[in-house]
Design a protein around this ligand. Structure first.
Ligand SMILES: [Zn+2]
Length: 273
C-alpha cells in the first residue's frame, strides 16, 4: 500500500467534515471520519470537536490497533467501528460515520434501504442493510456491523445513523450523500403514492455497469415491470404486467445500458476533481 501524504489527507478530512456539518449530516460534535494512509497508519477525526470546524492540526494518527502515534487530541469514540472495517476490507481506504436526518429516521423505524428505486443508486451504492442496535462507542458497534462488511458498501445503524466506506475519502463520503439522498427519495415517493421498483429484467444491465466500475456487493430487491401501455400491447390491460417485463428486447437492454453508463460516467467524472 503506497503511503498517502498525511497533510493533504488531513486537509481533505477537514473539508469533508465541513460539508457533512453544512448538509446537516451531523449536529454539534457528532460523526467521525478516518482515512487509512498506509499499511500501519490511520488518520482519524478527534472526539469532542464539531466536524464543521476542524483544522488539520486536530487530526489524530493511530495505528491499526487504535493506539495514538501522533496528535495531541483523543481519537474518535467510534474508532473501533472504523478499525473493524479496515481489518475486514483490505482495499478500503476511508470510512465515514454520520447521522443524516432522513436515513437515521429509517434506522429508527427499523428500515434499511433495500429496494431498487433508482439506477444510479443500484450501481454506486447497492443494498444498504440495517444493523441491529448497539450502544455507541462500545464493542457492540463493531460486532453489529461485522456481518455486512464483506458484501456491502454502507450500513444503517439502528437508532443511530449511517456508516459508509470506500476506496478513497471521496467515494466513502459520496456514499454517505447517496444514502441520505436515497432515504429522501423513498420518503418522498411514499408520501406521493406507492413507489414502483426497477423491473428485475433490467437489473443485469445495472450489475454489469457496477462490475465495470469495480464495485462489489449486494444489489437491492427489484420488481415486476409496470403494465405496458405502448401501441401493440393489446387489450389485455394489467394482465400484461409481469409478462411485459420478461419481454424486454435486446434493443431495450442496450438502450438502458447506454443511458445509465452515460449518467454514471458523468457523475464519476464530476467526482474526479
Ligand atoms: Zn454516531
Amino acid at each position: 500500500m503506497e503511503r498517502m501524504n498525511p497533510f493533504a489527507v488531513k486537509r481533505e478530512i477537514c473539508e469533508i467534515g465541513r460539508r457533512m456539518y453544512e448538509r446537516e449530516f451531523v449536529a454539534a460534535n457528532d460523526g467521525n471520519i478516518s482515512v487509512r494512509i498506509s499499511d500501519k497508519e490511520i488518520l482519524t477525526t478527534p472526539t469532542g470537536v464539531s466536524k464543521g470546524y476542524m483544522t488539520p492540526d486536530m487530526i489524530v494518527t493511530v495505528d491499526m490497533e487504535g493506539r495514538v502515534v501522533e496528535g495531541s487530541r483523543k481519537p474518535s469514540s467510534e474508532l473501533k467501528m472504523h478499525l473493524k472495517v479496515y481489518r475486514e476490507r483490505a482495499e478500503v481506504r476511508a470510512v465515514v460515520h454520520a447521522h443524516p436526518i432522513t436515513a437515521t429516521a429509517f434506522s429508527v423505524c427499523g428500515l434499511g434501504l433495500d429496494k431498487a428505486f433508482m439506477p444510479e443508486l443500484v450501481v454506486t451504492l447497492g443494498l444498504v442493510p440495517l444493523a441491529t442496535y448497539a450502544t455507541p462507542s462500545t464493542d457492540e458497534v463493531p460486532d453489529s456491523i461485522s456481518d455486512y462488511l464483506a458484501d456491502y458498501n454502507a450500513v444503517l445503524l439502528a437508532h443511530h445513523g449511517a456508516l459508509t466506506w470506500g476506496r478513497d475519502l471521496t467515494e466513502a463520503y459520496y456514499r454517505m450523500e447517496s444514502v441520505e439522498f436515497s432515504a429522501k427519495i423513498v420518503m418522498a415517493a411514499r408520501q406521493i403514492g406507492d413507489p414502483n421498483l426497477i423491473p428485475c429484467d433490467k437489473m443485469p444491465a445495472l450489475v454489469k455497469i457496477r462490475e465495470g466500475l469495480g464495485i462489489k456487493g449486494v444489489v437491492p430487491a427489484c420488481g415486476i415491470a409496470p403494465a405496458a401501455s405502448a401501441p401493440g400491447a393489446g387489450s389485455a390491460g394489467s394482465a400484461g404486467s409481469a409478462a411485459s417485463g420478461a419481454r424486454a428486447s435486446a434493443a431495450e437492454l442496450e438502450e438502458i445500458i447506454a443511458k445509465v453508463s452515460e449518467r454514471v460516467s458523468a457523475a464519476m467524472g464530476a467526482r474526479g476533481r
